[in-house]
Design a protein around this ligand. Structure first.
Ligand SMILES: Nc1ncnc2c1ncn2[C@@H]1O[C@H](COP(=O)(O)OP(=O)(O)OP(=O)(O)O)[C@@H](O)[C@H]1O
Ligand SMILES: [Mg+2]
Length: 234
């Protein structure tokens, strides 16, 4: 199968000079679910933000045969949905409805289709009753679920999820994992929730200081104690 994501020799330094990614290369096939693990500061969030061009580094990022660059950002953002680590970076409207409708409106969909997309996304995260609430006043777990809905409403082919289970109560966490299991999209999930990795993502990419330290079957990587220790996860 042709890959849906191809990252070749990607390097990125923040404006202060901190080198957050060094020569990262990997590809993903359609429908593949991949965990991105690594200690704090390993570069997971920075990498995810390159997939829809929030950051543009050196090297290349190609999604669906389209190079991510300034002139393709509009098309790329319809294909790739990113759920940020901090939901406050994602929620900016005065109602949950407006936040979840934002993507479908941007896609130029009809009003009734937009409403249907919003309901579908809010139902998926069990937050339909919150449609008219102000996102600013929600609990952090509730915000996380709404942030996920803002991306699901666009039905992107590729989902980038940054710490999707952080801050969720045990039931919400379990239900989210079940939801992600059912979704057919290609997913790259940055997480410290290694139990989720075992059940959700057959493949794991382990990062350390901006580099890929290992890439392979989750079961092999997560059972390799020496590897985990070396890379700050044990
Ligand atoms: N805006 C910034 N300016 C300078 N350095 C930054 C900036 N944002 C992140 N960094 C640095 O880049 C490196 C990678 O950060 P990143 O947020 O990608 O790590 P992470 O793997 O997502 O960590 P965590 O598990 O804590 O979420 C870190 O060393 C961090 O200090
Ligand atoms: Mg992060």
């Amino acid at each position: 199968m042709d890959p849906i994501i191809v990252i070749d020799n990607l390097s990125f330094a923040y404006p202060d000079g901190h080198q957050a990614l060094c020569n990262v290369s990997f590809s993903a096939t359609p429908g593949e679910k991949i965990a991105l693990v690594g200690a704090n500061g390993a570069g997971k969030s920075t990498l995810l933000l390159h997939l829809n061009g929030i950051f543009l580094g050196d090297g290349s990022v190609v999604v669906n045969d389209l190079e991510v660059e300034k002139k393709t950002l509009g098309e790329v953002r319809v294909m790739v949905g990113v759920v940020f680590q901090n939901p406050d970076d994602q929620l900016f409207s005065s109602t949950v409805f407006e936040d979840v409708a934002y993507g479908p409106i941007y896609q130029g969909l009809e009003k009734d289709v937009i409403e249907q997309r919003v309901d579908e996304a809010l139902n998926a995260v069990h937050m339909i009753a919150y449609k008219n609430r102000n996102p600013y006043h929600l609990s952090s777990g509730e915000k996380k679920r709404i942030a996920i809905a803002t991306v699901l409403s666009m039905r992107p082919q590729i989902l980038m999820l940054d710490e999707p289970t952080a801050g969720l109560d045990p039931r919400a966490r379990r239900e989210l994992i079940e939801l992600l299991q059912e979704l057919p999209q290609t997913m790259l999930i940055a997480t410290h929730d290694l139990d989720m990795v075992k059940t959700l993502t057959p493949r794991t990419i382990l990062m350390n200081q901006g580099k890929i330290a290992a890439d392979g079957p989750s079961m092999e990587i997560l059972s390799d104690e020496a590897l985990l220790y070396e890379n700050g996860l044990l």
